[in-house]
Design a binder for this molecule. Sequence first.
Ligand SMILES: [Zn+2]
Length: 335
Amino acid sequence: MLKTTAEYHDGVSSNVRQVEIVFNDDASIYLNGAGVSRLHLLEDIGISPRLGNIPRVLTLPDNASCHVADNDIVDAYLKMHHQGSASSLIHLLESRIVYVIAALLFTVVFSWGMVEHGVPYFAKKIAFNLPTDVDRALGQGTLETLDKIVFTESTASAEIRQRLLHRFDLMKQQIEDADEYQLLFRHGNTIEANAFALPSGIIVVTDELVELSESDDEVIAILAHEVGHLVYRHSIRMAMQNSAVAILIATVTGDPFSTSSLVVALPTILVNASYSREFEAEADDYAYRYLLANNVPLEAFVNILERISETETESRVENFLSSHPATVDRLRRFK
Ligand SMILES: [Zn+2]
């Protein structure tokens, strides 16, 4: 039998009464004093888990309760009746700094794992299952933004455009689900000789790129690379990876502002970020296979990329040569 004092709350009035609480060996609890005399079975009483030295709350069947400051007696009694494990685990977790550090480490490792593996995995899953409407809205939205901030109408001759559109159609015929793919011409201005793929199958080629090319094959080689980005859904995956990382950071740091602003910033992310080397390599592979299968000389890709690199400035939308040290490696197999 264990005995201590408790504060009794009748659950109706705000009165607090000091009572004696007796923990009987037969798993019953007896409250006595200040006009209170109650006997209850342990199994009918709710007992709050131990949180440091905060008094335990014992809730009686009629919602009356008593607060017991002596946690050790409550724990000893629960242990005697084999009910201690759950509440003492919480106490253990909360009282041991080592568990706090372990939890922190877990958060860090988990976040790192999410960024390194989880985010790209889910971004890929989502990108390939994105409703067509969403895909289309993202592509159109991005194009509209670019039309406002950089592009002007194309000045390329109708004849060149017709030729390239015809070859792009032939390319489309070799791709599954390419009905939505479209080739658009724009004057690039500050972004100069360039081409890039937007969600929903929009490929934009700048007049400057067309002018820089010495044959249609060279433009086709670039388009094949861009189609590679479309087929693997790189633009949407990149946008989601970038925003997911930021959302994750916002979640961990508890700064929701960066989360909501990111949704708004999606087109900007698409425009400003360059693809990872992994994505570029995938698109190169695609171009390589296409050129081989269609008897387009591989030099076409090498020549146009080398010419772009000679005229390159910092302000590209898709920086073809953003990973400079890799450029030589990239082109090696095309040579
Ligand atoms: Zn690319």
